[in-house]
Design a protein around this ligand. Structure first.
Ligand code: AKB
Length: 313
């Protein structure tokens, strides 16, 4: 059985469906702190700060793989650093410890470009460079990466991890990240509204389309164990662009669309992150390659959101 913790989130919603499609409805168990209305499939309520609850579910369903997606993201985390630290680090350690003790075979852990700070090169940021993050979320992800490697080195627990850029998808909404604008902007455009952007127009950040993010996750998890040479976390690159780049793409469909740039505290976080990512280790070790660029992302986002909002094509 495959267990997804944090199945209600932006990535969890889509990844759970992808895993159900791939492995069958009866082989994927979704979990979160509450069940979403209309969810189709196996579900258990898990608060991942409770180690014994994780253990109970892992034993009950004979879980062999865990995808641990629960976390408080970069921007939201700054409002309550201690709580964010507690949730982000404790839940992952609980997962690692239960997995070790209960013989779980594989664990997936999403890290983030938030592990990088102002000391890292901003362009083509390499996998191995200084990690001095500016946010509590970033600090917790560096910590998580190191624990992942520790459990692999010490207990041979097969933990695999990706450093996600901002994820852009139409299926679910992000919550509390610095890259959230890149999803919200499409919703506003399709609804015929202007958009207030909390970043400056020229702030370039690494992003990835949801389909690429899911593809990368499944590829990494399916790769032979010996191919996984990075046991902290792999950089993966999708596409890099600024809010202005998306605005111009959206104007091809909505010439009247306008963005007002009103940078807030998230600007500083964004400026501490890379602009572009070097993902050659992922390319070499398990053949990672993204498929979507800013034009194809924009085309699909607009088309799918129009369908969701029942707006005539
Ligand atoms: C965030 O903005 O906090 C996340 C991330 C890049 O990890 N989307």
């Amino acid at each position: 059985m495959i267990l997804v913790i944090g199945a209600n989130g932006q990535l969890g919603t889509v990844l759970t469906k992808a895993l159900q499609n791939k492995y069958g409805l009866d082989n994927v168990l979704a979990s979160d702190v509450a069940k979403k209305e209309g969810f189709n499939g196996l579900f258990e309520i898990i608060n991942a700060t409770d180690l014994e609850r994780i253990r109970e579910v892992v034993k009950k369903y004979n879980v062999t793989q865990v995808y641990h997606l629960a976390a408080i993201l970069s921007a939201k985390g700054e409002a309550n650093p201690l709580l964010s630290w507690d949730i982000n680090t404790k839940t992952f350690l609980n997962v690692l410890e239960v997995s070790r003790a209960e013989n779980v075979k594989k664990v997936f852990y999403p890290s983030s470009i938030a592990v990088f700070g102002n000391n890292a090169p901003k362009l083509k940021t390499p996998n191995n460079t200084s990690l001095n993050p500016e946010t509590v979320y970033g600090i917790s992800k560096v910590d998580g990466e190191n624990w992942a490697k520790y459990y692999f080195d010490k207990y041979d627990l097969d933990v695999r991890s990706l450093r996600f850029p901002g994820v852009i998808g139409y299926q679910s909404l992000p919550g509390g990240g610095t890259t959230d604008y890149a999803v919200d902007i499409y919703h506003k455009a399709v609804l015929g509204e202007n958009f207030d952007c909390f970043l400056n127009e020229d702030t370039i950040l690494p992003m990835i389309f949801m389909d690429d993010a899911i593809d990368a996750t499944l590829k990494l998890m399916e790769a032979p164990k010996k191919a996984i040479k990075t046991r902290t976390s792999y950089n993966i690159s999708g596409v890099s662009f600024s809010p202005l780049d998306i605005e111009l793409e959206i104007r091809k469909y909505y010439p009247e669309f306008k963005v007002n740039f009103k940078p807030d505290f998230r600007q500083k976080i964004a400026e501490s992150w890379p602009k572009t990512i070097d993902d050659s280790e992922a390319q070499n070790d398990w053949n990672w390659k993204p498929s979507f660029n800013v034009s194809t992302i924009t085309e699909i986002m607009i088309q799918k959101l129009k369908e969701q909002y029942h707006i005539a094509i």
